[in-house]
Design a protein around this ligand. Structure first.
Ligand SMILES: NC(=O)c1ccc[n+]([C@@H]2O[C@H](COP(=O)([O-])OP(=O)(O)OC[C@H]3O[C@@H](n4cnc5c(N)ncnc54)[C@H](OP(=O)(O)O)[C@@H]3O)[C@@H](O)[C@H]2O)c1
Length: 286
């Protein structure tokens, strides 16, 4: 049995999808099963990281697990609780979603990557056999701007026109996760997962325009404005400041590299931004 955490989220959902396609026995850990359509063939365990007893119950009879934590100030405590429960349950392989660059020295200035660096250490020190997936920013983040893309043909960004990022489709992350969970030979490996090409906001607008068949523009918003809007919309200040750190990193070109791991592991090129937009045509108003 394989337990997938974050099953309602971007990579957990994609991992579940890829595992069910392979016919693997899967159980999904979900907080609220009522807000989720359970895919056929998937067992459900109701629970969350703050409730160790629910994790023990979810991990009964589980041999392998996919661990993805939410980006919160409590992420280290939350995922550490899962790692401890996985140890108690005798899990034989833990595949953990990390972030690109989590192994680099000096990530302390970037809270998201710093948490991932700590959590990679927690997993290594647990003695559980592990695989780390270190992805770049997800293409699925653009779904958060689907309404303005569909209704006004625009998306907003605080990046400068020169900044490029090799965004990855979460479907590729799910496919890699499923492969590492069902094949031997991935224990002790860390994979850097990127999309097929670095893209600026201009490039992304051009790709949206081509696939949607109408002009899409990006509107550059000063960081202070974005910060104000996000705080007003209820985003915690910890996350908003973390995003500002991430965007500052994007400006340096550090997230523009293309790594070979997705193509090497899956045997085909990483999915393109066009593929991603085509998958969500109606949502983006195509
Ligand atoms: N987004 C990116 O571009 C990106 C890039 C690289 C790495 N990452 C990493 O990916 C991870 C996921 O981030 P995301 O923003 O993409 O989120 P996500 O996976 O789309 O959603 C988070 C998932 O975690 C579940 N969850 C939240 N709190 C939980 C708790 N206390 N106990 C159990 N499950 C809980 C959520 O369930 P509910 O549906 O119940 O809320 C949801 O399924 C983070 O570690 C982030 O650093 C993200």
């Amino acid at each position: 049995m394989i337990l997938v955490t974050g099953a309602t989220g971007k990579t957990g959902g994609a991992t579940l999808q890829a595992l069910t396609k392979l016919g693997a026995p899967v159980r999904a850990l979900v907080r609220d099963p009522n807000k989720w359509h359970v895919p056929e063939g998937v067992e459900v365990a109701v629970g969350h990281f703050e409730d160790p007893a629910s994790l023990d119950a979810a991990l009964q009879g589980v041999e392998k697990a996919y661990l993805v934590g939410a980006s919160t100030e409590q992420q280290v405590e939350q995922e550490s609780a899962f790692v401890a429960a996985a140890r108690r349950a005798g899990v034989r392989h833990l595949v953990r979603l990390s972030v690109i660059g989590a192994d680099q020295p000096g990530v302390g200035a970037m809270r998201f990557a710093a948490y991932h660096q700590i959590l990679e250490r927690v997993v290594r020190e647990s003695g559980l056999p592990w695989t780390f997936l270190r992805p770049n920013g997800f293409m699925q983040n653009y779904l958060g701007q689907a309404q303005s893309l569909a209704q006004q043909g625009v998306f907003y960004s605080s990046l400068s026109p020169a900044a490029k990022v090799s965004h990855i489709d979460a479907l590729d992350i799910g496919a890699v996760a499923a492969k590492t969970l069902t094949e031997p030979g991935h224990e002790g490996q860390a994979y850097t997962l990127t999309g097929p090409e670095p893209l600026s906001d201009d490039d992304i607008a051009a790709r949206f325009s081509t696939v949607l068949g109408r002009p899409i523009k990006h509107i550059q918003v000063p960081l202070a404005g974005t910060r104000e809007t996000m705080l007003a919309n209820g985003f915690p200040a910890w996350n908003v400041d973390g995003l500002a750190e991430l965007w500052a990193l994007y400006e340096t070109g550090a997230a523009a590299g293309v790594a070979p791991d997705v193509e090497r592991l899956l045997g085909h090129p990483a999915r393109s931004f066009e593929d991603f937009v085509r998958d969500h045509l109606t949502t983006f108003g195509g």
